[in-house]
Design a protein around this ligand. Structure first.
Ligand code: ZN
Length: 269
């Protein structure tokens, strides 16, 4: 069986940079071989729009995750968490909880308010992990300088639904810490940068079953495209970069990446 195409497991189609010309970006992605895109939410105000995206039918299937991104944690409320719990029960099209996580690279003007903000991120992350477990959904994780804290919370809650560690970068040991908890690793434009030697070496050697592709568009442009808006069509270039690093043939890689994505997100292949 051959893969139907490429799966972008992390693309913010609802953010203004992409939403402004969505049909054109989707047509270009389809031309580039992309057949499925997961759009993770960043804030509650956008959940309704994402549910509408999911209902669009075309050759390019749009999947959605609902959640509150750590950058938006400060404006998160109990009412939003209650709404998330309800939507996870009633909206069968929501495949995962995301984008959730911890961003300890985010700082405020002073040490105390930075600590308070990180603590609040922890509270919101922890609550969303509980909701994901209750709903039996995987999660899409955001991390910056926070891998140990994410792992500690996943273990404390004995979270067993897995999901995707988005924008993986790091060593084999860092990779296996998440693989051992049932996660796959989102591989994006980072591997196109010569300076990302450690991550490139890690990605070369990991089991194929560990990997999924992502663009993180409109963010994270590939090497050579800095300063430009990243788009889902660029997934084809991320795939080419991965093919250059890996021993498998492109056909074998494509098939495995498709299966890995569907299995991490508990979607039918
Ligand atoms: Zn994201």
């Amino acid at each position: 069986m051959s893969a139907p195409g490429l799966f972008d497991t992390h693309c913010h189609l609802d953010l203004p940079e992409l939403a402004a010309e969505l049909p054109a970006f989707l047509a270009a992605a389809l031309d580039a071989g992309v057949r499925r895109i997961l759009v993770p939410a960043v804030e509650a105000a956008r959940w309704h729009g994402l549910l509408q995206l999911h209902q669009q039918t075309s050759k390019l299937k749009l999947e959605v995750a609902l959640g509150i991104h750590p950058w938006w944690a400060e404006s998160a409320s109990e009412a939003q968490l209650d709404l998330l719990a309800k939507l996870l029960q009633t909206e069968s099209g929501v495949c995962a909880v995301g984008e959730i996580g911890l961003d300890f690279a985010l700082v405020k003007t002073d040490e105390i308010s930075t600590q308070q903000m990180h603590q609040w991120q922890q509270t919101i992350f922890s609550a969303q992990l509980v909701l994901a477990a209750k709903a039996g959904k995987p999660v899409v994780l955001h991390h910056r300088k926070s891998q140990p804290a994410l792992l500690a919370e996943l273990k404390r809650q004995q979270f067993s639904q897995g999901g995707i560690l988005h924008a993986f970068s790091g060593s084999q040991a860092q990779a296996y810490a998440f693989l051992d908890l049932g996660f796959k690793l989102g591989i994006g434009g980072t591997i196109s940068y010569e300076r990302a030697q450690k991550t490139r070496e890690t990605v070369k050697k990991l089991p194929l079953s560990a990997l999924v592709l992502e663009t993180d568009a409109p963010a994270m442009p590939l090497a050579g495209f800095q300063g430009q808006i990243n788009t889902p069509a660029q997934l084809a270039l991320v795939f080419q970069q991965l093919c250059a690093l890996r021993p498998e043939t492109p056909a074998v890689l494509a098939e495995a990446l498709w299966q890995n994505s569907c299995s991490a997100l508990q979607l039918p292949a």
